[in-house]
Write a protein that binds this ligand. Structure first.
Ligand code: HEC
Length: 142
């Protein structure tokens, strides 16, 4: 019984070591068309959204350790693919308008920032004031 346990534990350790060789990409591409917005709006985005929705991701140490690395890498890849504030100004007006409605939606249903992210980034939680800043920005003309 003890022997079996030892084999299981060693196998798990082996798997843990092997998966470290399959690192996700942790790149930060150049920022070409960052969103132009009032400083208080930018501050909210930077604090709560930029890690997944910009090319200025702060990659934490645990993003270097799989399987957490895969999880974080996946969130950033997917987040940027949906919405990237580092490319906001290059979006067509129509696209921007559409995305503002999507942002309003996530503000209403409270799905962003992702709950798993908030576990380790408590400071990214949106306050009522932050929501007000984002909502006012959504209702601006451009
Ligand atoms: C931990 C990473 C992470 C953070 C932080 C984060 N998001 Fe997201 N976001 C994602 C991912 C992944 C998706 C795509 C999958 C999904 O919809 O769940 C997404 C999708 C979205 C979408 C939907 C876009 C579309 O095309 O439908 C909006 C809008 C959005 N996020 C806004 C925000 C805003 C605003 C913030 C900050 C207040 C934020 N997100 C913070 C990861 C994140």
């Amino acid at each position: 019984m003890k022997r079996a346990l030892r084999i299981v534990l060693l196998s798990l350790l082996g798997v843990f070591v092997i998966i470290q060789f399959f690192q996700p990409e942790r790149d930060n591409p150049p920022v070409r068309a960052e969103i132009a917005a009032a400083p208080e709006m930018k501050a909210v985005l930077r604090r709560a959204c930029y890690d997944c929705h910009s090319n200025e991701t702060v990659w934490p140490w645990y993003s270097y350790v799989n399987p957490m690395g895969w999880l974080v890498g996946g969130h950033v890849r997917e987040g940027r693919a949906h919405l990237n504030f580092s490319e906001w100004e290059s979006l067509e007006t129509q696209k921007r308008y559409h995305m503002k409605q999507e942002i309003l939606e996530v503000l209403e249903d409270g799905s962003m920032p992702l709950p798993s992210y908030l576990l380790l980034h408590g400071d990214a939680e949106l306050t009522a004031e932050d929501r007000g800043v984002l909502e006012r920005w959504v209702s601006e003309a451009r």
